[in-house]
Write a protein that binds this ligand. Structure first.
Ligand code: UD1
Length: 417
């Protein structure tokens, strides 16, 4: 179990290499189940979510090996998952449903777990699979899908990222043409579709709200380098906005972070899009309003890091969380550091304060944990961020090393239970 000791830090200066996107790599790993040939994923990040998914894929009969930073997957003996524990650990494990169903004509998983940031049902995944011709049975805490898949028109009630990804994958091997309406438009979906196309899939419209997939008989192996992690990049941009300084986020792409960059500019932070990545200059000076939305709106995953920024920015900032119903758990923890935050249902109002003071706080979910580390950089004295269940390692590749390399006073403390 890792905890983090954070001290008030000088302005951050230097370069942070941005890792490969967790939210892109997880669906791409599941996509590897769609072929019996080798899939090579370059620069796979060292995250516990990636390790958990590797274990789940192995339990589905997929061979997994690391070659340096690349991950090589070969699903030549595909079968139903044998170990259900790995599915429960992580919400993204629901993404094996589409590939298993497409290749085996059957899929069964226990209902998935993940961060406790809301109810997170999977009804849209199931509704879509059912439209493609799968029989769906939910019993004994699990869901079973069975059937031969045929192309269909699917309308998603909300543009769910996971459901869009799962349905694209299922449809690649379905008979005929599938059209997903009201699809999610996140960059990770565009990346997944490009990867599947490199495997021989026929997909158009990824990145728009209508995606069309023409089923093919089989897919072949491919090598892929997934996109840089826009949430990690956004978190580091927020770190700079809290301490001031000058950070080059190597590999970060401005076009994936427009909503955050607009908000940081409104707050007085300077941003330069350079060939090497994004340059973030200076600290936030004015308050801002954030409404989380589906892409290209402001990402819910950056709401907590931006709240850490708001805590030290003069004036009143307002947050409206529209994606998840329980995603302000970090507000209570930030208040322990002296932040002034009022939460009413899905709205949080933050009055910036001149000083935060270090305290012991708990990482209640992945992004909340990162937000507390950022707040600790601007809190007088020492902040201890406890992370009992390893939330931060699920999604950030050595966050303490990356911050320390640019002057952040962050130390990881390994504690034995
Ligand atoms: C993905 C991201 C996560 C991000 C989220 C929203 C991955 C691995 N995770 O999660 O980091 O916070 O997108 O940008 O990519 N919903 C339903 N029924 C469904 C599916 C979703 O009601 O069948 C609801 C959810 O409860 C939630 C909202 O839709 O309120 C968004 O969920 P979704 O877009 O599916 O997020 P994930 O794919 O789980």
């Amino acid at each position: 179990m890792a905890h983090y000791a954070v001290r008030e830090s000088p302005p951050l200066r230097g370069e942070i290499p941005i890792s490969t996107s967790k939210n892109a790599v997880l669906p791409i790993m599941c996509g590897a189940l769609l072929t019996s040939e080798d899939v090579r994923i370059e620069k796979a990040p060292e995250l516990t979510d990636v390790k958990t998914l590797c274990a789940l894929l192995e339990s589905c009969g997929c061979r997994v090996r690391r070659e340096g930073s690349a991950l090589i997957l070969r699903a030549d003996a595909l079968r139903m998952p044998q170990d259900e524990e790995d599915v429960r650990k992580m919400r993204a494990s629901v993404l094996v449903l589409g590939p298993l169903l497409a290749r085996l004509g059957e899929a069964r998983i226990p209902l998935p777990g993940g961060c406790a940031i809301g109810q997170r049902p999977i009804d849209q995944h199931l509704k879509g699979m059912s439209a493609l011709g799968a029989g769906v049975t939910c019993e004994h805490g699990g869901v079973t899908l069975r059937g031969h898949l045929r192309g269909a028109v699917i309308y998603l009630d909300m543009p769910s990222v996971g459901a869009t990804e799962n349905l694209i994958m299922a449809a690649t091997l379905a008979e005929g043409v599938t059209r997903i309406e009201n699809a999610a438009k996140e960059p990770e979906i565009v990346d997944l579709a490009a990867f599947l196309s490199a495997m021989g899939a026929r997909i158009t419209g990824a990145g728009t709200s209508t995606i069309v997939i023409e089923g093919v008989k089989r897919l072949h192996g491919a090598s892929w380098q997934p996109i840089a992690d826009r949430v990690e990049a956004g978190t580091m941009a927020c770190a700079c906005a809290i301490t001031g300084g000058e950070l080059l986020l190597r590999g970060a792409r401005a076009e994936h972070l427009r909503s955050l960059l607009f908000k940081l500019s409104e707050a007085g932070v300077h941003i330069k899009d350079t060939p090497g990545g994004l340059l973030i200059l200076g600290r936030a000076k004015q308050p801002f309003e954030i409404r989380t939305m589906v892409y290209p709106g402001f990402p819910t995953d950056l709401q907590a890091p931006m709240m850490a920024v708001a805590c030290r920015t003069p004036g009143t900032s307002v947050f409206l969380e529209t994606i998840f119903e329980n995603r302000f758990m970090h507000a209570a923890e930030l208040s322990r550091l002296g932040a002034h935050i009022r939460v009413e249902n899905r709205v949080a109002v933050v009055e910036g304060v001149r000083e935060l003071t270090g305290a012991r706080v708990a990482a209640t979910d992945l992004r909340a944990g990162a937000a507390l580390i950022l707040a600790g950089l601007a809190a007088e004295g020492e902040t201890i961020v406890t992370d009992e269940t390893g939330h931060i390692d699920r999604g950030y590749d050595r966050i303490e090393e990356k911050l320390a390399a640019v002057g952040g006073l962050v130390q990881r403390i390994e504690e034995t239970a």
